[in-house]
Design a protein around this ligand. Structure first.
Ligand code: SAM
Length: 292
């Protein structure tokens, strides 16, 4: 087996458009799987430090070592902001990490996963067992369709309290998720003005702050209350990834959780707590005016 992203035994994440002049590299200690699905190029390999690594279209999606930093923040920020989240929608998320975190909230009655590529779900069951552990939960419904189309076809009675967009990056099947029409569809899919959405922004402040500023402005054309927060994930480019949190309720202070993890919920979390919720919205001075 060989793969164009693997040279001399090292996987190299190179993208001259999004991260010019730099590359992130992980040693491939064992190549586990490679396949071109109908939607994307898929690679799974093992690295002795990071564990199993899932790569889509040449971009790292998750590693077993640090995935919790992303999954916990993209899930618990919106869920602890909502006073009583019962119906949750996850768009993308075929690795199962976000589903695992959503199911830690007993108040959630149902969670719908909309994933375009069934191969990712199957691979996660095989190579990322700690992330895919929620796939058999009876609260979960899986729809194997395009997330954009799913939202377009959504009926009025099927709306959600929280919507998490856990997609891959804009170059590929997730391109539509970074545009105004998508934010409009998300707004329409919320059960009421207290609904919360969160989306991964794909870029980070070091490499593409202008893009993040445009994305934040696009979200603000649709939602009245929008904030950017961030999480530290060493295997993502430059180690920092932003999340965009939006609601139509201006009374909600997005930087403060509405509910706090109980002692038993907190014991299952390794990254999120109420302090890191607030701290994640505090940005370095050179970007705070641009984004928040
Ligand atoms: N945590 C990751 C990150 O930020 O890099 C994202 C992980 S998850 C694996 C991303 C998922 O989004 C993939 O499984 C991909 O198949 C799915 N996806 C991409 N475009 C999609 C679309 N249009 N509709 C539904 N799912 C989509």
């Amino acid at each position: 087996m060989s793969h164009p992203s693997i040279v001399d035994g090292w996987f190299r994440e190179i993208n001259d458009k999004s991260f010019p002049g730099q590359a992130f590299s992980l040693r491939v200690d064992k190549l586990l799987y490679q396949f071109k699905s109908e939607f994307q190029d898929i690679l799974v390999f093992h690295n002795d430090v990071y564990g199993n690594v899932l790569v889509l279209d040449g971009i790292i999606q998750c590693t077993e070592k640090d995935e919790f930093a992303y999954q916990e923040m993209i899930t618990h920020i919106p869920l602890y902001l909502h006073s009583n989240p019962k119906k949750v929608l996850v768009i993308g998320g075929g690795d199962g990490g976000v589903i695992r975190e959503v199911l830690k909230h007993d108040c959630v009655e149902s969670v719908t996963l909309v994933e375009i590529d069934e191969t990712v779900i199957q691979l996660s069951k095989k190579y990322l067992p700690n992330m895919s552990c929620g796939f058999t939960n009876e609260k979960l419904t899986i729809k194997l369709v395009d997330g954009f189309q799913f939202l377009k076809d959504l009926r009025n009675q099927d709306k959600f309290d929280v919507i998490i967009t856990d997609s891959s990056d804009p170059e590929g099947p997730a391109e539509a998720f970074f545009q105004r029409q998508y934010f409009q569809l998300l707004k329409n899919a919320l059960s009421n003005d207290n609904g919360i959405i969160i989306s991964q922004t794909s870029e980070n402040i070091w490499l593409n702050v202008n893009y993040l500023q445009r994305l934040t402005e696009t979200a603000r054309e649709v939602f009245t209350n929008v904030k950017y927060c961030s999480t530290m994930v060493p295997s993502y480019t430059s180690g920092q990834l932003g999340l965009l949190v939006c609601t139509m309720n201006d009374q909600i202070d997005l930087t403060e959780p509405t509910r706090f993890p109980t002692t038993s919920e907190q014991s299952e979390l390794r990254y999120y707590n109420k302090d890191i919720h607030s701290a994640s919205f505090v940005l370095p001075k050179w970007v705070e005016n641009d984004l928040n």
